[in-house]
Design a binder for this molecule. Structure first.
Ligand SMILES: Cc1cc2nc3c(=O)[nH]c(=O)nc-3n(C[C@H](O)[C@H](O)[C@H](O)COP(=O)(O)OP(=O)(O)OC[C@H]3O[C@@H](n4cnc5c(N)ncnc54)[C@H](O)[C@@H]3O)c2cc1C
Length: 522
């Protein structure tokens, strides 16, 4: 296999929507090395079903999309970041269409779906419920046309490299198990989400919080980690993955029913099944808790909808559920909440700059404050596009000579460890996080969780194989979430504290910011 280059102009870690869009933008300025830890087709982007939001329909307005985004963010959005998102999103989507993305249409007109907490039908989708895959396909093809972009799969970035307070490259555990240093003018973290910190998640295996953990270790500021969105409706069947059942199913008129088969959402919110995600997730958690049955589920009911429409509009969901012998047009679907999306991450300005010169972040790994305390459905693909392009522009503008090579050739990774140990540790962390740092949190258990996670640090395997790196990243990211959740003594958006059930604007209408061992609100 061709060895990795020792230097390039720009390093993009991640080939989801943010990394791909950034790579396309950077190609005009120099050599781009885009790294993915597995296949390019394995990312959160690939699994995005519902769609991408933009005020492109005739009865919509950018200001309405902005209002909905700010409302969902529960007082904590960076309003300027949200304005940029909804305004620049229009051009970024037009561009996608120009580059070959096939959004679904009714006749010649783009079809727009309605999702929870959107005041208009504004969600563009592709192949019914495979929007992320279609966008990823077209962006990758576009990027492949551009010669200076080199894609490398199965290259695991373990650290960012620093010199004189600046990020100058990355260290990679390559496909052959060798550690290699690669130097560049700047590095973009586009490593996606962190759902794998939890035992119940809709995220694929790659979402282990690597970018946040790497940036934190390098000394970057990390923000709003307490805000993790739990998707209310993940398939809950023994032996099946927590496959996401898109919000769009409720947008099309799906009902939620409890164990007694009663609809319950109107008890919790005037928007019923279309209430914001955190409200729906907590309502389900409450309905489950009162059953006192650890294996209980609630149900998503589509049986009253036109079966043909459901099959056509949601082909992937239909066929996946059929694989587990659930015909969603005729049967109730057992569901539970699962960790889904990280609003927080590596703190950036509006151009993707982190607090460390030379280090940029975009997409789910970043925190521009655009989502505040809770993300509006279908705004995250949009964020990857808009802020991936913006981060790339600032990397381009700040381009400088590639630093001289700091370390010579590769060193061999010590793979003398036992991946089984890493696996066990990961499962322990995931289970602790799901039990105590998920939909509902409480001060006393949170303190215990932090002590337990700190204790587990001593058990981290020193082997240096990929899974051990992931174990360290999952543990680090879990600790950042737990510490931030303990520090925010109020309930807001996706963060709910039993011991502080109310919002406290005076003290906490601010972003949490972690710098090393300190945590503050700004
Ligand atoms: C099931 C599901 C459904 C969703 N549906 C929607 C939706 O309908 N609409 C919407 O807007 N959002 C949706 N989301 C959220 C959205 O998909 C993500 O927020 C978005 O795709 C993130 O894009 P990204 O480019 O930041 O990261 P990702 O797409 O996750 O890409 C991350 C990349 O980083 C690479 N990487 C990670 N760590 C390393 C490392 N250490 N070294 C090298 N490479 C690394 C990975 O290999 C991957 O290529 C959904 C998410 C899921 C899981």
């Amino acid at each position: 296999m061709k060895a990795l280059p020792v230097e390039t102009d720009f390093i993009v870690v991640g080939a989801g929507i943010a990394g791909l869009r950034a790579s396309v933008e950077l190609a005009s300025a120099g050599r781009v090395l885009c790294l993915a830890k597995r296949e390019v087709t394995e990312s959160n982007t690939q699994y995005a079903q519902g769609g991408i939001a933009a005020a492109l329909s005739d009865d919509d307005e950018v200001s309405l999309h902005l209002d909905d985004t700010l409302k969902a963010g529960d007082g904590l959005c960076n309003a300027e970041a949200a304005r940029i998102l909804v305004e620049e999103g229009l051009a970024r989507i037009e561009e996608l269409i120009e580059w070959g993305t096939q959004f679904d249409r009714t006749g010649s007109k783009i079809a727009f779906a309605k999702e929870g907490a959107h005041s208009r039908s504004r969600v563009l989708h592709a192949h019914g419920d495979s929007t992320g895959r279609e966008i990823g396909r077209s962006l990758y093809l576009k990027a492949r046309e551009l010669r200076p972009i080199e894609f490398r799969e199965f290259e695991f970035t373990t650290e960012v490299l620093m010199r004189d307070g600046r990020v100058v490259g990355v260290r990679v555990l390559d496909a052959d198990g060798q550690l290699r240093n690669i130097f560049a003018s700047s590095v973009l973290l586009a490593t996606g989400g962190l759902g794998q910190v939890y035992s119940e998640t809709t995220n694929p295996q790659v979402a282990t919080g690597d970018g946040v953990a790497m940036a934190y270790r390098a000394g970057a500021e990390i923000s709003d980690m307490e805000f993790v969105q739990f998707h209310p409706t993940a398939l809950f069947l023994k032996g099946a993955p927590r496959f996401l059942l898109s919000e769009a199913l409720r947008g099309e008129g799906g009902y939620l029913r409890n164990l007694e088969l009663q609809r319950f959402m109107h008890k919790y919110h005037e928007m019923g099944e279309l209430a914001p995600r955190d409200v729906v997730a907590r309502a389900i958690a409450h309905e489950l808790e009162v059953t006192k049955r650890p294996d209980a589920a609630v149900y998503l009911d589509l049986t009253h909808l036109n079966a043909e429409t459901v099959r056509k509009r949601f082909p992937t969901i239909y066929s996946t559920c059929m694989r587990y012998n659930v015909d969603i047009t005729e049967e109730l679907i057992p569901i539970r909440p699962a960790a889904h999306y990280a609003m927080g991450g590596v703190r950036t300005d509006l151009d993707g700059r982190t607090s460390i010169p030379g280090l940029f972040a975009a997409g789910e790994v970043a925190c521009t404050g655009v989502h505040g305390a809770n993300r509006l459905a279908s705004n995250s693909l949009l964020e990857g596009l808009v802020y991936g392009a913006r981060a790339a522009r600032s990397m381009r503008d700040g381009m400088r000579a590639v630093p001289q090579q700091l370390a010579a050739a590769a060193t061999t990774a010590q793979s003398n460890g036992n991946t089984g140990e890493a696996e066990k540790l990961i499962q322990k962390v995931q289970s602790i996080m799901w039990q105590h740092v998920a939909v509902v949190r409480d001060g006393k258990p949170l303190k215990q969780v932090i002590a337990d996670l700190v204790g587990l640090q001593a058990q981290l395997p020193s082997s240096g194989d990929r899974r051990s790196h992931e174990a360290a990243n999952i543990l680090q990211t879990g600790l950042l979430i737990a510490r931030s959740a303990l520090a925010r003594e109020e309930s807001r958006g996706a963060h709910y504290r039993l011991d502080f059930p109310l919002k406290n604007d005076q003290k906490y209408r601010k972003h949490s910011v972690v710098r090393g061992n300190t945590i503050g609100f700004e």
